[in-house]
Design a protein around this ligand. Structure first.
Ligand code: AMP
Ligand code: MG
Length: 416
């Protein structure tokens, strides 16, 4: 087969590529989940799911005025005078009747304030002897009283649609009794590796073979982005086999990712295949690593032809696929944060394309400092080991010196 010298696909800018993807995002359906399912062994948990419908509190918290401390419920109008202790109120305990002038009731944290009382004096500021309580100072009305609705008002918006459920959010849902919530269905992402030279990681490798790191890494990345995943295995460099695998994936999956077969070689068949099966929206991006990335829709579903080089496929996933998946999930903040970082080492830009260099971003004296992960070759997966940022390096001919400030996409938690 003749080798074409030039790609038929126009090189689009990163922002343009992201826009072409974003404008085609189709929202997925909804489903109801129960936060109690997470208590069952092995059951799916609500953590990481994205709310499709806002959650409001139906009742105030607290529902009645309560004591915020262990102490004595009193009337502030009685001033600092000693009080006769007439009853004891425990948290959740039944009403002990009304409090009249000159009296106090022992009350525990969370105990309901009795009618007639308007303040609580901390036990630490009192002495009780022979049924008489004396205190250090006169209380003020409202002291140590946890008012009705002080934490959450009745009808208050507790969680907005588009919120990703995390630790506090799950606690809030349980706290307001909203055990069932409506979330966006998780996209099902199917991943296909391609290449005659690509093998399962556990089989003896023939000379010049490579182990399939991409499919495993991409499956992990899609799961990390909040999706469910299926593997479509490894297809040889054969169009019929690749067509069959992609179409099989589209039967069930919402998104198909392929790796390899998108460059200029005679056995790079994914691009003509996706053009045959659907509509290509871009076939090359002016960026590094990952220039040959292709985005198409087939049967109305997004299909990405990601590069074969392991770093390229993962960086392309991070920059183009992940934000799309988060949007499909209904996340209102689908993009990674951008931060300014100071370079710990001098780095060299690519002469012709913006480059996403892999870095470890540390906090040093409360400032962000980026350390390079070393050689930035697209086959060197070690350049992603421990990386929590992609340094956005604009093209140029001069190195950026240590100490220069550059923008970076934060892809993971900050390193200490
Ligand atoms: P390609 O885009 O198919 O020309 O592949 C580019 C490079 O990435 C080649 O060296 C491939 O061997 C390598 N490669 C392709 N697929 C994978 C994969 N699934 N895992 C690891 N490396 C791969
Ligand atoms: Mg290949």
């Amino acid at each position: 087969m003749a080798m074409p010298r030039e790609s038929p696909y126009a090189m689009v800018a990163i922002d343009e590529a992201r826009h072409l993807i974003t404008e085609r995002v189709v929202a997925l359906g909804r489903e109801t989940i129960d936060i109690r399912d997470g208590l069952r062994n092995g059951a799916a948990t609500a953590a990481g799911r994205v709310l499709a419908v806002p959650v409001h509190a139906t009742a105030p918290i607290p529902d009645v005025a309560k004591s915020a401390v262990d102490g004595y419920a009193v009337r502030s109008a009685d001033g600092a005078a000693p009080r006769q202790v007439i009853a004891e109120i425990t948290a959740g305990g039944a009403g002990a009747g009304a409090l009249v002038g000159g009296t106090a009731m022992r009350i525990m944290t969370g105990g309901a304030i009795p009618p007639g009382a308007d303040a609580v004096v901390m036990v630490e500021h009192t002495i009780e002897r022979d049924g008489i309580m004396t205190m250090r100072a006169a209380p003020n009305a409202g002291d140590a009283i946890h008012r009705i609705g002080q934490d959450i008002a009745a009808g208050e918006l507790v969680l907005a649609a588009g919120t990703t459920l995390g630790i506090a959010e799950i606690g809030l849902l349980a706290g307001i009794g909203a055990t069932e919530v409506v979330v966006t269905r998780q996209p099902l992402v199917a991943v296909l590796a391609t290449g005659d030279e690509v093998f399962e990681p556990d089989v003896p490798l023939p000379a010049a073979g490579v182990r399939d790191s991409n499919r495993y890494a991409l499956l992990a990345a899609a799961r990390d982005a909040g999706c469910r995943v299926i593997s479509l295995g490894i297809a040889p460099d054969d169009m019929a086999a690749q067509r069959q695998a992609i179409l099989a994936g589209l039967e069930h999956a919402d998104v198909v990712l392929t790796s390899g077969g998108v460059s200029m070689g005679t056995r790079d068949l994914i691009k003509p295949l996706l053009a045959e099966l659907g509509t290509v929206h871009f076939g090359r991006v002016a960026f590094k690593p990952g220039k040959p990335t292709m985005y198409a829709t087939v049967r109305g579903k997004p299909v990405f032809g990601l590069p074969g080089y392991p770093v390229s496929s993962l960086v392309s996933f991070e920059v183009f696929v992940r934000p799309m998946l988060r949007r499909m999930l209904g996340d209102v903040v689908p993009d990674r944060p951008l931060v300014d970082v100071a370079l710990a080492d001098s780095i060299r830009p690519s002469p012709d394309r913006p480059e996403y260099q892999r870095v470890v971003i540390h906090v040093r004296d409360a400032r962000l400092v980026a350390h390079t992960t070393g050689g930035q070759g697209s086959s060197r997966l070690l350049s992603l080991r421990g990386a929590n940022g992609l340094l956005i390096v604009l093209p140029g001919t001069q190195p950026y010196p240590a100490g220069a400030t550059l923008r970076a996409m934060l892809t993971g938690p900050l390193a200490p």
